[in-house]
Design a protein around this ligand. Sequence first.
Ligand SMILES: NC(=O)C1=CN([C@@H]2O[C@H](COP(=O)(O)OP(=O)(O)OC[C@H]3O[C@@H](n4cnc5c(N)ncnc54)[C@H](OP(=O)(O)O)[C@@H]3O)[C@@H](O)[C@H]2O)[C@@H](O)CC1
Length: 324
Amino acid sequence: MSSTADTTPTLRMLRAAQAQQLDAELMAARPGESAEASPDHALSPHYVLPQLMELAGIACAEVVGHCAAAAVRGLVDDPVDDRAGPAVIRVLVACGPGNQGGDGLVAARHLHHMGFRPTVWYPKPGRNPYFQLRDLEVPFATDFASAYDASELLLDTLFGFSFSGAVRAPFDQPLALLRDRTRAPRPFTVSVDVPSGWPVDDGDVGPADVDADDPRRFLPDALLSLTAPKPAAAAFVAAWARQRSRGGDGASAQADGLRGSHWLGGRFLSRRLARAYGLDDAAASAVPFAGASQSANVTAWRLAPALPASAHGLAERAAPPHAQ
Ligand SMILES: NC(=O)C1=CN([C@@H]2O[C@H](COP(=O)(O)OP(=O)(O)OC[C@H]3O[C@@H](n4cnc5c(N)ncnc54)[C@H](OP(=O)(O)O)[C@@H]3O)[C@@H](O)[C@H]2O)[C@@H](O)CC1
């Protein structure tokens, strides 16, 4: 919470278990419970997953739109003709096997309608937006590396707040490539919730020279947090602060304006739910979203640590006895 001397607005973070619990409460069920069995059933806003995914996906597309001009300027030597519009921008949308991958599919649909040229890498197809993309004739790539090299921008929707452990195939190869491509020129990269492969609950930026296998070698250019930042967002912010103090990576000044930018999306929360998760200190005093916008640039916002699990009864809420 801001002190009287310091008016920097603050966003409270959520750890992975809290984010999963909140996700379930939005949809009227606790992890491992049917909706009807949940004591929160009566109070729940009863969202259904496709609604939340639609809001998350349009926020992803909006942030890509904000970053796109900077992405192109950062990759070419000559000034880009702004009149060319989004049709010149090829966006690779990398979709993982979980709900975050679904956000990516929705984003790809919006990007198509916004006039961009999305290509989707989705090695484990299964969710409905996949068929919508097929209907729109959005191309699907089978080889991640060549699609990456052919793109101006990457939307990383591989893994979100439920990622854990060492990455498994077939996602190990793209993450290895992202770790290897640490410098421009490379596609301007927007990650969602967590830079894919990073530990979700670790806010530590790591050593100054992370070794070749450390997932934190992959440093996206922008991060979009959904609902609330996770501790990995604090590591992302700190990694960019360190990058800037080293003097950047030689990319153009225009692109640098959005490199290291942090965004918030996911306009789902009521005051009641925000309060239950300790998010109301920021939400009550300064809502970052403007008008109809589904995303907000929160780069200048301070990130406050997540509440301890014992606060607001979250320990019991996050782990009902039968779900151990
Ligand atoms: N309220 C909100 O904020 C909303 C958030 N939303 C979005 O949902 C995201 C969270 O979605 P999520 O819970 O489905 O998890 P996510 O991170 O996409 O991946 C899980 C998948 O990854 C797999 N997997 C895990 N570890 C792995 C490994 N090491 N190597 C390989 N695979 C691994 C795992 O496989 P499993 O372990 O189950 O076999 C499972 O298939 C969240 O970040 C946000 O983007 C919106 O859609 C809705 C509203």
